[in-house]
Design a protein around this ligand. Structure first.
Ligand code: FB9
Length: 507
């Protein structure tokens, strides 16, 4: 594709040159390298004109696509001066006196390092003591000949050879788009500028009677409207939301970032010494720092199950402190909401004596005092599913997970035993990712422990299965973003976010 190095040629001059060339000859066989008064013209300029002239049947044109191979700078150097392995061969003196590695490096610089491996592999040189000697009298530098042939023929029939040369960055594919142009049925060199609108001046002067109006091009793409766009994370959140709704789940009210340690940890049977409750992992509030607004009778049952056990559990055997439970924090998981919802459900059951199964979900921001890196910010969106019912088992959890992830196009899954303070058994969830050709961790899951459920007052035969994942990881995989800061935070590229296609998880 010819690109003008000097000032761009005016559109009218290009049009006149094209029409003049058509008038003289039968047509323009190829606009590649087309010049106006010696200045090369860009094909993008030409196609704009051709479309306009074709719409008025003044010309017809066809696209000519060409693709060829060009040597890179390194490829040209090898074509001119031989392959690195050939240069190593020639640098090794004939005879039995070996050349040392440092001497070879002094002669060839980095080329010695690049070429000696292949020179040995080709059996052109061989190790002799601490250095190298020639293993043959002369060589056939096929790499050099191959690149010389490609430079003259601009192609090679063997795709595998081309793929390897591209991988070595010795060749690069060049694509060009140009056009063949012929006279149209209404060819003329007297092309008058078309009007697009009837103006007041035209009406007053009567010029409208002789004006030529441009045809509407109903195939023209509309102008991209300046408007807002959903953030890719929110598009993925909406996709998860739709999946839960299709599966009959109801959304939990999670518009509550601040939680007490009681609902975020203690109600989940997470011991007060657990490292996750340390300020290194959790954001605690300083003002207000505490709240003691939780049900006192329930608090006593939680205290007892932590310190002494109960419900068949031996507990943790430590001196549980209310002041720890009162500490306010930014919730570290949406499971804090799930625990409050389950407590309320138990109170409803106590009040009515009627049990109802529930299927709940939540997708909202949670906060971890993490070390920030390319894949971790201090906050992420947790996706959580919770199902409470009579006699649910691990099999129900596995089946539910298959149903959920199948909606995301994932069928090849594996489960790995794991540990969570509030679920037993617990499982990490893995999915086979064809693109990455490996198992990818896609979430965590488990059955809430009796030490969590029974102090709430839930019936003994009710079990609760739950799982969680994030929106950031799939969004990063989907958008090919390797650094979370390109997706969230003050440094992300708004243009990237704005043009991001409808971020649909591959189904
Ligand atoms: O999202 C995660 N990975 C993931 C998810 C989806 C995906 O592609 C989509 C299917 C198309 C690809 C990857 N993970 C969970 C796994 C890992 O990325 C992990 O390294 C990061 N995890 C976060 C926590 O990190 C501190 C993701 C987040 C996470 C982990 C666990 C839970 C929630 C979020 C949970 C839970 C839970 C367990 C039991 C009961 C209730 C909730």
């Amino acid at each position: 594709m010819a690109v003008s190095a000097s000032a761009p040629v005016a559109r009218e001059a290009i049009q006149a040159a094209i029409l003049s060339a058509l008038e003289k000859d039968r047509g323009i066989a190829n606009t590649e390298g087309f010049k106006v008064k010696g200045t090369p013209v860009d094909q993008a300029e030409i196609i704009g004109l051709l479309k306009s002239l074709e719409s008025r049947e003044i010309v017809t044109y066809e696209a000519i696509e060409d693709e060829w191979l060009e040597l890179t700078e390194e490829g040209a150097d090898i074509a001119d001066h031989g392959s690195y392995e050939a240069r190593v061969f020639h640098a090794v003196p004939s005879g039995n006196e070996p050349i040392s590695v440092p001497d070879l490096k002094e002669k060839l610089g980095q080329i010695a390092q690049f070429g000696q491996g292949r020179a040995i592999k080709n059996k052109w040189i061989k190790k002799e003591g601490a250095g190298f000697v020639k293993a043959v009298e002369k060589i056939d530098d096929e790499s050099q000949k191959l690149l010389q042939r490609i430079r003259s023929e601009r192609k090679h029939s063997d795709e595998k050879v081309v793929k390897e040369l591209k991988k070595q960055k010795h060749v690069t594919p060049i694509k060009s788009l140009s056009y063949s142009v012929k006279k149209g049925v209404k060819f003329t060199t007297d092309v008058r500028k078309e009007d697009t609108d009837v103006t007041e001046e035209m009406l007053k002067s009567g010029d409208w009677k002789n004006a030529t109006f441009k045809k509407y091009n109903f195939n023209a793409e509309g102008v991209q409207p300046r408007c807002g766009s959903l953030h890719p994370l929110l598009k993925v959140r909406e996709e998860y939301r739709q999946i839960f709704l299709e599966l009959g789940f109801s959304e939990m009210p999670t518009a509550k970032y601040v939680e007490s340690s009681f609902w975020n940890f203690d109600a989940l049977f997470q011991p007060q010494q657990h490292p996750a409750r340390d300020a290194h992992d959790t954001f605690f509030l300083s003002d207000p720092a505490t709240s003691d607004r939780f049900p006192k009778d329930y608090l006593e049952r939680v205290k007892k199950v932590h310190s002494e056990g109960g419900y068949g559990s031996i507990g943790y055997g430590y001196d549980w402190q209310q002041k720890e439970a009162e500490k306010l924090l930014l919730r570290t998981h949406t499971t804090a909401i799930s625990s409050k919802m389950l407590y309320d459900l138990a109170q409803e059951y106590k009040r009515t004596g009627v049990w109802r199964d529930v299927k709940w979900f939540s997708i909202d921001k949670v906060f971890r005092n993490e070390t920030l890196d390319a894949t971790h910010l201090a906050e992420f969106h947790q996706v959580e599913g919770v199902v409470a019912g009579k006699g649910l088992t691990l099999g129900d959890l596995i089946g539910t997970l298959h149903n959920f992830f199948k909606k995301l196009g994932i069928e090849k899954m594996r489960f790995k035993p794991a540990y969570n303070p509030y679920t037993e058994p617990s499982m990490e969830i893995f999915a086979w990712h064809d693109g990455l050709a490996r198992w990818v961790e896609i979430g965590n899951s488990g059955m809430f422990r009796p030490e969590m459920l029974l102090p709430m007052g839930l019936p003994e035969d009710v079990s609760v299965i739950a799982w969680g994942l994030s929106t950031e990881r799939p969004t990063m995989i989907k958008t090919g973003v390797d650094n979370i800061r390109k997706l969230a935070g003050h440094k992300c590229d708004l243009a990237f976010l704005n043009r991001d296609p409808i971020a649909r998880l591959d189904k």
